[in-house]
Write a protein that binds this ligand. Structure first.
Ligand code: ATP
Ligand code: MG
Length: 395
C-alpha cells in the first residue's frame, strides 16, 4: 500500500500527541477517501488521550470543546479544523440512537469495532501504516458497504446506520453486502425514531451521490419510512434524476408531484427556508411550459430570481427539453441589461408624484403597468418615453 499523504494538521497532531506518550491515528472518512484516491474533506483523528489530556496537549492552540462529553475536541491548526476523539467503546444503546454510556478505551481496536462500516473502520498512522481489522480495504476495492459485526444488531443500536449504509452506497457508487442489505430492509422501521435533522443530512448526501436512482429503486422500504410523499417513483422520474446536476433543490424538485407534498415533507425534515423555497418554486415552474421568447423570459425573470431560472432550465434539460433558444435569449437579456424589475425601471415613484399622481397605492399600480409595457417591449426603458406615454395615454 502506498503511504497516505496526511494533511499538515493531521501530521502535526499525531506527532504532538505521540511525543507526549499517547497513540493517535487518522480514522474513518479521511482514510477511506485517501485509499480511493480522493482528497478528504476533513481529517478526523482518534487517540488514547482523554479530552482533558488533549486540551492540555494543545494548550497553545485554539481548541473548541465540540463534544468533550463524547470525547471529541476540535483543534484549529493554521485554520484547519482537526476533530480529535478519544478511543471509544460504546455501551448499551437504550433508544436505538444514542449509546447510554460512552466509555473511553485505551485501544484503537475498540474504537474501530464501534464504527459503522468496514470501509469507515480503518485507521492510518504514518509509520505503523493501515490498521484494517475488518477487511475494509477489500470491501473498498470490491465496492461493498458491510456493517462491522452483525448488521441486525448494529442497526438496532443506531437506526441511522440504515440510512448511512445506503447513503455511502449512493455516494460511492457501491452495493450493500447481502446481510447488510437484508438487515437494512428488515430494520427500516427503526428510522421512524431517529431525529429528523440527522435523517436530512444523510438523505441529502444520498440524493447528491453517484447512484441515488439505483438506491431509490432497490430500497424503497427505507425511504417510505421518512419520505412517503415521493412514492410511487416512476421510471420517468428516475431517468430525470439520473441526468440531473448535483444541486439539492433541483434534485429534490424532481421527486415531488405537488408543491403541497414537497412543503410538508421538507418542513418535516427540517430543511432550511431557502432550500424549501427554491424546491417548491421549481416544482411550480415545472408545471408551466417554457416560453423561449425574450418577452416570455423577461416575464419569467420579473417574478423569479435569475438563479432559479437557471435551475428551471437545467430541470427542463434533464427532461430532454431543448433549452438552447431560451439560453441564448436569456444571455441577450442579461448582457443588454434589460429592465425586468421596478428597481431598474427608468422612472420612480417620485417622478410620478411630481407629475401629480397622489402618493399611495396608485403610484405602485402605475409603476407596475409601466414595467409591464417595458417588459413586453411596447415601451423603451427611458424616462422621457415613459413619462410621455403616461401623459398622453393616462396609463
Ligand atoms: P463524509 O466524508 O461524508 O463526512 P465520513 O466517513 O467522515 O464521511 P461522518 O458522518 O463524518 O462520515 O462520520 C465519521 C466517522 O465516524 C465514520 O467514518 C464512521 O467511522 C464513524 N461514524 C459516524 N457515524 C456513525 C454511526 N452512526 N455509527 C457508527 N460509526 C459512525
Ligand atoms: Mg466526515
Amino acid at each position: 500500500m502506498k503511504p497516505i499523504p496526511l494533511s499538515p494538521g493531521a501530521d502535526f497532531a499525531i506527532r504532538r500527541l505521540e511525543s507526549l506518550g499517547y497513540e493517535c491515528y487518522a480514522v474513518g472518512g479521511c482514510v477511506r477517501d485517501s485509499l480511493l484516491g480522493k482528497s478528504p474533506n476533513d481529517w478526523d483523528l482518534t487517540t488514547s488521550a482523554t479530552p482533558s489530556e488533549m486540551i492540555s496537549a494543545f494548550s497553545d492552540f485554539r481548541v473548541i470543546e465540540t463534544g468533550a462529553k463524547h470525547g471529541t475536541i476540535t483543534v484549529l491548526y493554521q485554520k484547519e479544523p482537526l476533530e480529535i476523539t478519544t478511543f471509544r467503546k460504546d455501551g448499551a444503546y437504550a433508544d436505538h440512537r444514542h449509546p447510554t454510556v460512552v466509555t473511553f478505551s485505551k485501544t484503537v481496536e475498540d474504537d474501530l469495532s464501534r464504527r459503522d462500516f468496514t470501509v469507515n473502520a480503518m485507521a492510518y498512522h504514518p509509520e505503523k501504516g493501515l490498521i484494517d481489522l475488518f477487511d475494509g480495504q477489500k470491501d473498498l476495492k470490491n465496492g461493498v458497504i458491510r456493517c462491522v459485526g452483525n448488521a441486525d444488531i448494529r442497526f438496532h443500536e443506531d437506526g441511522l446506520r440504515i440510512l448511512r449504509a445506503v447513503r455511502f452506497a449512493s455516494a460511492l457508487g457501491f452495493e450493500l453486502e447481502e446481510n447488510t442489505a437484508h438487515a437494512a430492509r428488515n430494520c427500516a422501521f427503526l428510522l421512524d425514531g431517529i431525529a429528523k435533522e440527522r435523517i436530512r443530512i444523510e438523505w441529502s448526501k444520498l440524493l447528491l451521490g453517484k447512484k441515488p436512482t439505483v438506491i431509490l429503486q432497490n430500497y424503497p422500504e427505507i425511504f417510505l419510512v421518512f419520505l412517503p410523499e415521493i412514492f410511487p417513483i416512476t421510471q420517468r422520474t428516475l431517468d430525470f434524476l439520473e441526468h440531473a446536476p448535483l444541486d439539492l433543490p433541483l434534485r429534490l424538485s424532481l421527486l415531488f408531484d405537488s408543491e403541497e407534498n414537497a412543503k410538508s415533507a421538507l418542513l418535516r425534515l427540517r430543511y432550511d427556508n431557502d432550500t424549501q423555497e427554491k424546491t417548491v418554486s421549481l416544482i411550480k415552474l415545472q408545471k408551466t411550459p417554457l416560453d423561449s421568447t425574450e418577452v416570455g423570459l423577461r416575464r419569467l425573470l420579473r417574478n423569479t430570481p435569475a438563479e432559479t431560472v437557471d435551475r428551471y432550465l437545467a430541470v427542463l434539460e434533464c427532461k430532454g427539453i431543448d433549452t438552447h433558444t431560451a439560453k441564448a435569449a436569456l444571455q441577450t437579456i442579461v448582457s443588454r441589461g434589460d429592465c425586468v424589475s421596478l428597481s431598474t425601471l427608468a422612472v420612480s415613484g417620485n417622478d410620478l408624484i411630481a407629475l401629480g399622481i397622489p402618493a399611495g397605492k396608485r403610484v405602485g399600480a402605475v409603476l407596475e403597468a409601466l414595467l409591464d409595457r417595458v417588459i413586453d417591449g411596447s415601451l423603451p426603458n427611458e424616462k422621457n418615453a415613459l413619462l410621455t406615454a403616461l401623459k398622453t395615454e393616462k396609463t
